[in-house]
Write a protein that binds this ligand. Sequence first.
Ligand code: PLP
Length: 719
Amino acid sequence: MEDFRRKIPVTFSLPRRIQRLGELSYNLWWVWNQDAQHLFKMIDKPLWDMVNHNPVAFLQQVQRPLLNKVVNDLYFLDRFDRVMDKFDQYISNPETWFNLTYPNLKNDLIAYFSFEFGLHESLPVYAGGLGILSGDHLKAASDLGMPMVAVGFVYKQGYFTQSITEDGWQETRNFYLNFSEIPIIPLLDEQGKPLMITIDLPGRKVYVRIWQVDVGRVQLYLLDSDLEENSPSDRQLTSRLYSNDLEVRISQEILLGVGGVRALRRLGFKPSVWHMNEGHSAFLVVERILEFIQSGMTYLEASRQVQKNNVFTTHTPVPAGNDQFPIWLIDKYFTQTWPQLGLTRDQFVELGRQAQSWGESFVMPVLALKLSEQRNAVSELHGEVSRKMWHWLWADHPEDEVPITHVTNGIHTGTWIARQMDDLFRKYMGQDWQMHVDDPELWLKIDEIPDEELWAVRRHLKRKLSISCNNRARKMWMRGGVHPVQVLASGVLMEPYSLTIGFARRFATYKRANLILRDYERMLSIVNNERMPVQIIFAGKAHPADEPGKLLIQQVYRAVKDARMGGRLIFLEDYDMNVARLLVQGVDVWMNTPRRPNEASGTSGMKAALNGVLNFSVLDGWWREGFNGKNGWPIGDETEYQDYNQQDEADSRELYDTLENEIVPLYYQSRSADNLPNEWIGRIKETIRTNGPLFSTHRMVKEYMNNLYRPAIEKNQKK
Ligand SMILES: *Cc1c(COP(=O)(O)O)cnc(C)c1O
């Protein structure tokens, strides 16, 4: 990369001895290093919580006397020095997995494109699962020493904040990110001006500015069109995620794909692998083909060249869920492009054309599939579903030979493990256990953890969740303007001794958040069992334009408010990475009820399993691979249904049966003399031992490297 000036936008006034805290705050390495976060907590824990765990905001607001105090605290300074040593070693360590495994690929570079990146709650440029996966991918790539850069958007309005009205209706609020309080670094050009690129949209030029986020060793570049040079509507292009306005959407995707390639060029990068995480960035193929054509190739030669080192990951198991545009928009936005490519209009449209029941559209995954030689789905079952769904593109192949493989998703261990669980693992699995997370041998040591120690951590985490719910309810109450029942719904009656089930995810109809309410009377009796009560915590947002999703929230919320439920159902507003961490670490059981086979993978259950929370889920996506008969419970079997009603009825009946006959009694009844649920703890160990190594992004990113990036690189070398 050329040496553009990175200008840290704020100057912290910090005592010299701990000045490097400023540098630390601008590298998201702290997100997955609990010791680093602990430094901030040691300085001022209440402020740390108030600024939403954001060190950049923290260092601007912290009171000088508190800093002066820690500078004289030998214990603090010792911790500080150790964190900085660890950071320096991490950044400069030459003996990474990548360097040791692929010493001769040092000069190759992988470019990773995604519409959203979920790295931390203080940088809310993500909506949900896809973003979290991208964020976790980058963190693992950094841990493994992969040569990777990434491209996305900085959404100035973040993703919306959710609140629920008394009647259960989701209300959304947009807010503006304060760029001087988030860990993003402006890049400046040779003249000290913002580093920019331009792209052409019909009748206008759009200027795009490039920001940088340091994710350990990996750089993420975020594009931003909110510049004076642009018209008011173009300034809005990068302000929100997932607009429903198709013109905004196609402009965004041109910006990401075409603009992303230009941004990387402007920065001096020559990637040998181009990874499109979902179809939103697929227009990058157009720009890359144009580059080759400008260097003298024909369209055919150029497209063959581009195909070789493209990698495309699909995440959608439902045809209607695919990102697509009406053909008239393609006409509007690409008339200038097809002659440059040497294609006719029809030839261009053909690259993404798919016949639909309502006509034809230009489907981004079709474009990506046609122009990538490396293609994958995100779980084994999703691989099968994808090969079936895209069979028409390879009509002369048998279905099982459709060239789409799978790499099952994972989660970034350091990001999702609870601090207390990490301490326990360090004690019994070694200080550096996180560097070996994908080694099943390491996890055998779980059995050495005494039951009472493991249970003490589990109880601590549930208490922490319970206190958090109470505190959130208190804040809501004090803020005013809410009905008391809304306060109650947010967890006033939550207590840490009952069996607690978590259900948190996007409210989309296929996820069936209401499945557990199907037999309402039965649910009432399960929840209110005097001797064995059950609490259920719900959280999740619906897309603002998804009316059925919002109706689902309302249906759940009505049950939450129902006095007969005794305050044992809870709805936590504003699901984000912070709420996700609290839940996946704090509940006893993680429940997921998607309508099979619509959950491509799912990742929240993996986060739960890592922390010793037992999964109780439909055998779809990752859980179909993760469940082994003793490390949690299934809902339903592998039956394929044609009729939704039949499927829901069968699944809900099994859900109640398993809860009543197995889960609840196992939690409460099989207690030893010292009140330890030994069988339950046995299952916890089983789930950690079996799911821990399998569903980490270290395993996942290594598979991407070995099975997809490496072939792409090798083809590139041969050309
Ligand atoms: C992990 C996570 C998700 C994705 O979870 P699924 O199981 O795929 O639904 C979504 N949102 C947040 C905030 C998460 O942390």
